[in-house]
Design a protein. Structure first.
Length: 201
């Protein structure tokens, strides 16, 4: 009887060790793919600012309104924007590099400012959130504080961010917008409005 008890005890102990060992082996196998997937997802979501746009932009403020044709080349933190037909200024070029933004036209010559927004307003009187538009034309908000709405295809159709409401429209099944309407409400009840049509990408 004593031998039988020892045999049962040994069998139980062996089974317990085997079961515990299985748990230790299975656990790392289950967690490893989750960690790799998380890393891959983070890498995929890293913004890549690389595009070339052509189209027409219209700006309407309480003081003035006007339109221009534009080309916009974006390469990460560097950009070159060319405007033609803007308020009789001739060809206007805005160049942005880290720490330096310049505007050059036959009417103003070369001027500089700390941000492209300041530069554009100083030269033309136009108010446009150029820094945010870099993200908006790629159908994404520029910050985590933005509020967004999506259409039935789960594309971003509206962005509410930093005092601007941006409506995005798309051609059929396209994943990037072909038109953006930006509205900034002013204290007087009036607004700044920008209509940006993207004809080529």
């Amino acid at each position: 009887m004593q031998i039988l008890n020892k045999f049962i005890f040994a069998l139980t102990a062996t089974a317990s060790l085997a079961f515990t060992g299985c748990q230790q082996v299975v656990k790392p196998v289950n967690t490893t793919p989750i960690l790799e997937s998380s890393t891959d997802q983070t890498a995929t979501q890293t913004p890549k600012n690389q595009f070339n746009l052509q189209g027409k932009i219209g700006v309407k403020t309480p003081q003035q309104s006007g339109s221009a044709f534009y080309t916009w080349a974006q390469d990460q933190d560097n950009f070159d924007i060319q405007l033609s037909g803007i308020l009789g200024m001739g060809k206007t070029i805005i160049e942005g590099r880290p720490g330096q933004v310049t505007l050059n036209s036959s009417k103003t010559g070369e001027i500089t400012a700390e941000t492209p927004e300041e530069l554009l307003e100083q030269a033309t009187g136009w108010v446009a959130p150029i820094t945010h538009i870099i993200d908006w034309v790629q159908a994404r908000p520029a910050s985590k504080e933005a509020k967004i709405q999506k259409d039935t295809a789960q594309r971003i159709s509206q962005i509410d961010e930093d005092g601007w409401i941006v409506d995005l429209t798309y051609n059929e099944s396209a994943t990037l917008p072909n038109k953006l309407i930006l509205k900034q409400q002013l204290e007087s009840g009036k607004e700044n409005r920008i209509t940006m049509v993207i004809q080529n990408r």
